[in-house]
Design a protein around this ligand. Structure first.
Ligand code: ADP
Ligand code: ZN
Ligand code: ZN
Length: 731
């Protein structure tokens, strides 16, 4: 018998499966040691087969398995094939997604702990007499121990000396018991809130459970109690002996979800996310793989939780960009969820207050079943969103960052000892140019996306076609020279606030202040306990937080994401505003939102302030269709990077010329196909080039497959080449 093995090698662009002579007891999916050249390395048994193409004398025998059970579930062997096809991943890429680094590298090992307990011999008088003669320490030790109790060996060593412990072990008075200790991540468990479902929630739960298989989109306004719906569904499938996965974007930012779930499901919950220590992650994975835990909660990578017999897969806040892995290995979590849903014949539930256009479009096409939660669980109205025109403020002589209205409302919050959140909309490092007199923003004449200002060459660039424009000195629309870069930092806002409100606690939540997991928890805890208090933060504050005393949300510069060079920028803006507005007025006290903008008439704001998702969707999907943007077309970017510029350029032209041939024969399918230097032409010493294609969906997936194939067949040992589908970062 021959075993086909994927070997775990890093620096290898070839996607090869190697043949080994199988052991009689080889199991598909097991992790093994294999001889490879002069070394021994780790591999995974992918398949069995009768014969190898290689002559017998070149075949080496498979080594021993490294674990007590095959680490790869049968489902993952199937998923491997499907993901290779869908995302064009190599076998080794898939293995790295399926199996945590901690296990692969041997970096984390189970934690063994030795315990001591009394044996039956303890009652033996003669033995005790003997002992007593020469050692008071040993007698003390025995006196300390109670029958049927376990004592940590390390503690006893410390108190009585390991020689004495050993002596008693030799006498057989005590014995040692070794167990593995699970390193559980710390969760601030709270009391489980027993709630009765509202009629709306119950309808959704029943509809999903009645149907079971297939895709569901749960479109529920912020505060509508989607979490409670998820918990009821999970509780039901658990009762049937099944398991569940719940994905949330950036779980470390929302410890509340964890405590809510742990309060209800206790030890059944395992958490998978990057904030855990190696040991914790390793143990949580083992608990899932061995069936000790039945619910996996985590960010994107938890979609690969090693659970069998899944009864539900849930993606909360499904619109969140983090569900798309945009660096290697690239994959789309929604698609993986669909594959696992099919394999397990279980429902896949996408939940959001602001579904992505793609997901809602699928629902409209009937590919996903749509469920609605149009009201808040507490039956309170949605907070009122007031739009403030910052151009008017400038005209009235207020050139500061706070509008008069926002300051008034902040004063109310402070006086009434409530809480406020101020949201600074920031994305990446790029920035656009805006006229502060009239709100004009420079856009590409060809693509209708905002231009990105590049400081290094003082130019404006379009990231979709690479057209370049001179940086503005005067506004082309009103002539004003009051042109500014549209970017603002959290730090500056905090400083100005502190000056205006010297006695109020002001907290900052952004990438810098939350680098370690404790500082984030402390920050959220402080905010929870302090009144009045103002929390200033980036996108992080928009995510799922549930603080009952927040009565005011201020959106400092709503336009920031609107003018990001991205075909999804309007959609993202709508989502962000709705999500952060949703943090206000979640309990008894009514909430209010002040939205500051230089373009108050923009339809994203009009629809968002009326909570009119359907209106927004209708307008935006129409624009996408007219402009031929996804979901009506596909954008493929082939990104080529190399340390040597000529090398990168040569690889680019080689691949481009093949794609160009294809393009010439299928011209009517393509909307665009060009090769160029990337907008950011050099990152980390690597030159960057790209081939950009946009095409209609009629001949999908042939064009994509052709591009993948072309890239794979090209030999480019000194360049790295990536294929990106509908990328949201085009820098
Ligand atoms: P969403 O995720 O939809 O924004 P949450 O699940 O966070 O909303 O729920 C918002 C608030 O409503 C939470 O405090 C939650 O405990 C509460 N809640 C949810 N369902 C009910 C219910 N049926 N009865 C009472 N309170 C509920
Ligand atoms: Zn102007
Ligand atoms: Zn353009």
């Amino acid at each position: 018998m021959i075993a086909e093995v994927i070997v775990d090698i890093t620096n290898d662009q070839v996607d090869k499966v190697f043949d080994y002579i199988a052991r009689p007891d080889t199991i598909v999916g097991e992790r093994v040691t294999v001889p490879f050249g002069k070394r021994f390395i780790e591999g995974y048994v992918l398949r069995h087969k009768e014969k190898s193409q290689l002559p017998d004398n070149l075949l080496k025998p498979l080594g021993q398995p490294k674990d007590d059970y095959p680490v790869l579930l049968p489902e993952f062997l199937a998923l491997n094939e499907e993901m290779r096809e869908l995302f064009h991943l190599r076998n080794v890429d898939c293995m790295r997604l399926f199996i945590p680094t901690q296990l692969r590298s041997g970096k984390a090992k189970p934690l063994y702990v030795n315990f001591i307990e009394l044996t039956e011999k303890f009652d033996d008088r003669e033995l005790l007499e003997n002992t007593r003669k020469n050692a008071t320490k040993q007698i003390d030790l025995i006196k300390t121990l109670r029958p049927d109790n376990l004592y940590a060996r390390t503690d006893l060593n410390k108190r009585f000396g390991s020689a004495n412990v050993n002596k008693l072990l030799d006498l057989g008075v005590i014995r040692q018991v070794t167990t593995t200790k699970l390193r559980a991540p710390k969760v601030n468990a709270k009391q489980d809130k027993k709630v009765t479902l509202t009629a709306e929630q119950e309808k959704v739960v029943n509809a999903i459970l009645a149907k079971r298989e297939g895709e569901h989109l749960l479109f529920g306004v912020t505060g509508s109690g989607k979490t409670e719906v998820y918990m009821h569904i999970i509780s039901k499938v658990l009762g049937e002996g099944k398991t569940a996965i719940l994905l949330v974007p950036e779980i470390s930012l929302t410890p509340q979800v964890l405590s809510t779930f742990t309060a209800r499901f206790g030890d059944n919950v395992a958490i998978l996310h990057s904030g855990l220590s190696d040991g914790e992650r390793f143990d949580e994975w083992q608990r899932l793989r061995t069936g000790q835990a039945k619910i996996a909660i985590g960010a994107r990578s938890a979609i690969f939780a090693p659970l069998t017999n899944l009864g539900a897969i849930i993606l909360d806040e499904e619109h969140d960009p983090s569900y798309k892995a945009e660096s290697n290995p690239r994959f789309i979590t929604h698609d993986v969820a669909r594959l696992r849903g099919k394999f397990n014949k279980c429902p896949v539930i996408f939940g959001s207050a602001t579904p992505s256009l793609e997901s809602f479009h699928r629902a409209k096409q009937g590919k996903t079943e749509l469920h609605l939660l149009p009201n808040r669980a507490n039956a309170k109205p949605m907070p009122n969103i007031e739009i403030v025109n910052m151009c008017d403020e400038v005209r009235m002589g207020n050139s500061g960052i706070f509008s008069g209205r926002l300051l008034d409302e902040l004063e109310n919050v402070v006086r009434e000892k409530n809480q406020a959140m101020l949201f600074i909309n920031r994305r990446g490092f790029s920035s656009y140019m805006i006229c502060r007199e009239c709100g004009y923003v420079a856009k590409c004449e060809d693509c209708d996306v905002s231009l990105v200002y590049h400081k290094e060459d003082n130019q404006l660039k379009c990231h979709y076609c690479n057209r370049r424009y001179k940086a503005l000195t005067n506004c082309p629309s009103c002539g004003s020279s009051y042109i500014r870069m549209g970017a603002m930092g959290t730090q500056k806002v905090v400083e100005e606030l502190q000056e205006r409100f010297p006695n109020v606690k002001i907290l900052r939540m952004d990438f810098d202040t939350t680098k370690n997991k404790n500082s984030l928890n402390e920050l959220l805890e402080t905010f929870g306990n302090t009144k009045p208090c103002i929390l200033v933060g980036t996108q992080m504050i928009a995510k799922g937080h549930d603080f009952p005393s927040v009565t005011l949300v201020g959106i400092m510069n709503a336009d920031m994401s609107l003018h990001f060079s991205d075909f999804r920028s309007t959609e993202r803006t709508y989502q962000l505003i709705t999500q952060v507005a949703g943090r206000a007025g979640r309990a008894e006290k009514e909430g209010k939102v002040i939205l500051q903008t230089y373009t108050p008439k923009h339809y994203a704001y009009r629809f968002a302030s009326n909570y009119d998702y359907l209106g927004f969707y209708g307008k935006e999907i129409n624009l996408r269709e007219v402009a031929n943007f996804p979901p009506f077309s596909k954008i493929v970017r082939v990104l080529i990077t190399a340390e040597n510029k000529d090398e990168a350029r040569a690889t680019t032209s080689r691949i481009y010329s093949k794609i160009q041939d294809y393009f010439k024969q299928n011209r009517e399918q393509f909307l665009y196909c060009e090769a160029m230097a990337s907008p950011v032409s050099r990152i980390e010493k690597k030159y960057r080039f790209q081939i950009l294609c946009r095409f209609l969906l009629d001949t999908e997936p042939e064009i994509t497959n052709f591009i993948y194939k072309t890239v794979t067949e090209d030999k480019h040992p000194k360049s790295l080449v990536f294929v990106e589908i509908n990328p949201s970062n085009m820098s």
